[in-house]
Write a protein that binds this ligand. Structure first.
Ligand SMILES: [Zn+2]
Length: 632
């Protein structure tokens, strides 16, 4: 947390055990990485393990301790080593000796994939034997951390085949003890809680073991609980729905750093396209964009390859190399950053068990980014009473815990057909499942972005609040005829049903339909304008005023006494492609706060500042791919 992290994962094959460790560590050092995330054990061990039911790679040369050599060579060059474990599968010999340790399908069969048997998070391998394997690893090797892949039971295998949930005796017993009933035939909410609880129990035990054996080592997992570093991935998949999410790295890192400010965020930038094509690289522009976004939001710079750098497809490696080297040359600016954003965007959370609409969340995420409004993302309510914001925006859900924040004078914007759980929320008189119509703009002063239109398109769910007694600024136009052209909307009527409601003296604003999800899907100017103006009602003074193009992403961070303004050029993204970004020129920025100097690190120049009553103004001549403005 106090040092800059440039992390490279070499996700090894068992055949890589024949590698020359000097060559691999030399490549990592040349790349200017300072953390090597190296495969250690579980499915295959890369050291001569002596724990029963744990097997070194058959390709590990006799007498060779690869892990020991790697740790020694890396440490000699100032590179930390994080060992990777995958405890989710193991060999048939283990299954034959301990069938009770394994995942069972509904019909009792084990799950076998390429000869490996899936273990169960609730059975003896994970709960007991894994601790012996990890104890040996931690006692023998001076690792700086451990990472766990595929933690907990998976319902699909690598080929995407549905397996369902585990029916092993350990699961059955635990479920009966905890809930006094049998395992459900289909996973329900209670079963999901059961799995969540099961994986967190094991996660807690592993965390304790790591910290007891190696107090300075970090614990890294894809989960937030009990870990020191929250892992995530920016990845692609052949069957993933469009549109692509060009803010994936920003999203993962912003969310991790602001949901758990005490933890590191490591967002693995996956070089490969999908499981079946591990040796096919995604666009170099995509690799670079993810790296810039990660450090712009205070995360580690992280990059993952299958195998080593002696790769069949080296395009991603060569795209990441100059970015790593530049970050190394300027590393003093990439440690200990915290978000300086004064707006919070609430996402859903696995931890609270709440589901949320990803489209609504992304719609707001994109709108705030395009508007250059710095924001933090949290998927919990731990910030209440600890961190102040000028505005909290709730995508999809506004939990009752927000009451304390509103009571203390906080402002909230809720964009969702789900009614906020807040006092004063107007009664919903009717729940509309699917409306194809409009809202009418009745107050253009309140919606200056909508001067050229009287109507905003509406599609989907709408919670109709009781009619406003005062003149509502936005009201539902009930569905009317749309064809043939001779009949279009000739029967159109208006209603008093509000499309936006405000209470608590205007400090709480609720748009009771999915304007954000519609913006995400269709990018209509009506929804952009509506959301922009709704934010302006609550946030008259923004931290940043700029004429920058919407595809220049900005994040505002604090680092000690410095303020860091990151600019990431996202303009290389188009359809399914990521090209070199189009250089953005002559950007003017007005930033809240008082500063004496501004340096542009990437273009290596100072820019003059002019003071303007509580803010400073400056111009950025050009942003090619990324710029960091250091304000002091
Ligand atoms: Zn089980």
């Amino acid at each position: 947390m106090r040092e800059p992290v440039r992390w490279v994962q070499t996700n090894l094959r068992e055949t890589d055990a024949r590698m020359d460790p000097k060559r691999v560590v030399g490549q990592i050092a040349d790349f200017r990485a300072n953390v090597l995330h190296f495969s250690m054990g579980g499915i295959v061990a890369f050291y001569p393990t002596r724990v029963p039911f744990h097997y070194p790679s058959p390709y590990l040369p006799e007498g060779r301790d690869l892990m020991g050599e790697i740790v020694g060579l890396a440490h000699a060059r100032g590179i930390r080593v994080v060992g990777r474990f995958d405890l989710s599968k193991t060999r048939k010999e283990v299954f034959d000796a301990h069938p009770e340790w394994f995942f069972r399908k509904a019909n009792g069969d084990p799950v076998i994939y390429n000869g490996l048997y899936s273990t169960c998070i609730n059975a003896g391998y994970y709960r007991d034997h894994a601790m012996k394997i990890l104890s040996e690893a931690l006692e023998r090797y001076d690792v700086d951390g451990l990472f766990f892949n595929m933690f907990g039971n998976q319902s699909r295998d690598y080929s995407g085949t549905f397996i369902g949930h585990c029916h092993c005796d350990a699961c059955k017993r635990r479920y009966r003890t905890l809930y006094n009933k049998e395992l459900p035939a289909e996973p329900d909410e209670q079963y999901r809680q059961f799995m969540f609880r099961s994986s967190r129990e094991v996660a807690e035990d592993i965390g304790k073991l790591i910290h007891a054996k190696r107090p300075n080592a970090g614990y890294f997992n894809y989960i937030q609980e009990y870990t020191d570093g929250i892992m995530s991935e920016s990845n692609t998949a052949i069957s993933r729905g469009l549109p692509l999410w060009p803010y994936t790295s920003s999203d993962n890192v912003n969310r991790a750093r602001n949901s758990e400010p005490g933890k590191a965020s490591v967002n693995l930038n996956m070089q490969f396209f999908d499981y079946a094509w591990r040796f096919a690289t995604v666009a170099p522009g995509e690799i670079a964009l993810r790296l810039w976004q990660a450090i712009a939001h205070g995360g580690a710079m992280a990059f993952a390859v299958n195998g080593t750098f002696d790769h069949e497809d080296r395009q991603a490696i060569e795209a990441a190399r100059p970015v790593f080297r530049w970050a190394a040359d300027h590393q003093e600016f990439y440690a200990g950053q915290t978000s300086a954003a004064r707006v919070l965007l609430l996402g859903g959370s696995a931890r609270t068990g709440r589901t949320y609409s990803q489209q609504s969340y992304r719609g707001l995420f994109r709108m705030l980014t395009e508007e250059h409004i710095p924001f933090a993302v949290a998927d919990n309510m731990d910030w209440v009473g600890k961190r102040t914001f000028d505005l909290v925006i709730a995508a999809d859900y506004a939990p009752a815990e927000l009451k304390q924040y509103v009571d203390s004078g906080g402002k909230v914007l809720v964009v969702s057909p789900r009614a906020p759980e807040l006092p004063g929320t107007p009664r919903v008189v009717r729940q509309h499942k699917d409306i194809e119509s409009y809202f009418r703009v009745r107050d253009h002063k309140l919606f200056p972005s909508l001067q050229l239109t009287n109507l905003v398109m509406m599609d989907g769910e709408y919670s109709e609040p009781e009619p406003d007694t005062s003149a509502a600024p936005l009201t539902l136009v009930p569905p009317s005829m749309f064809g043939p052209p001779e009949k279009i909307h000739v029967d159109m009527k208006d209603s008093a049903s509000p499309g936006i409601v405000r209470w608590q003296g205007g400090r709480v604003v609720w748009i009771p339909w999915d304007a954000a999800g519609l913006y995400y899907k269709h990018s209509l100017p009506g929804h952009a304008g509506l959301l922009r103006d709704a934010v302006a009602m609550l946030l008259p003074n923004r931290q940043i005023q700029t004429d920058a193009h919407p595809l220049v992403e900005m994040s505002l961070m604090r680092q000690g006494s410095r303020t860091l303004l990151h600019l990431v050029n996202v303009s290389g993204h188009a359809d399914t492609a990521y090209f070199r970004p189009v250089p953005m020129r002559d950007i003017s920025v007005e930033l809240m706060g008082s500063f004496r100097t501004a340096r542009l690190l990437r273009s290596n120049q100072r820019v003059p500042l002019t003071g303007k009553g509580g803010s400073v103004a400056f111009r950025i001549p050009e942003v090619v791919d990324y710029e960091l403005v250091v304000l002091e």
